[in-house]
Design a binder for this molecule. Sequence first.
Ligand code: GLN
Length: 231
Amino acid sequence: LAALAQAKKLVVGHDTNFMPFEFKDPATGDYVGFDIDMWKLIADRLGLEYQLQPMDFNGLIPALQSGNIDAAIAGMTIKSEREKVVDFAYPYYDAGLMILVRADEGDIKSLEDLEGKVVATKLGTTSEDFVKKNAKAKDISLFPNIDGAYMELATGGADAVLFDSPAVMYYAQTAGKEKARVVGPLYMGQSYGIAFPAGSDLREQVTIEILKLMEDGSYAELYKKWFGSDP
Ligand code: GLN
């Protein structure tokens, strides 16, 4: 398999900004994060050569379908509509959705409180689906990059952001520390998977490597590096 795949360097699509899974290190300009590290471990073990291809999250599934990329690693939630058009390897991270509000917000404490409010989130994600189906929001502002939603919240254009739990928790502890905080429970539990074009030979090989990483402690080490705790 390695020999076959190496006939062509793999193109691995990833999101431009999904902290702490993938983001540009301002110091070096390189993409870093949990996804980037995990993929490197897998690829090294399988002897796969690859190049990273950052793109808007919304473009990843179409790029897999057209064969422009050979894999996508982007904290991508495994969900039925996607499983119909791409193949996911074994789930590698469990998450959910959470609500982020301005630090001085007093009224919004849970999903019910989003009724009549403006909610910002990211285009083409499970959060877009969830807000449309479950929040009685007055308006939903969609951004290709979650930073746009955080900005909209900070400047008062939106009352809340709803997005993936690891991303909003990371933001609330770092860049958004003074500006925002997380409220309420975890909604819509979901798992992330590495996606491949339908029928790709790589899916099974990568699944086996993910399971090995989980069995030999490498996954836990990586988890601790990026999330600060044991998985
Ligand atoms: N997990 C979410 C989804 O798959 C968001 C992923 C992302 O923004 N990179 O829809």
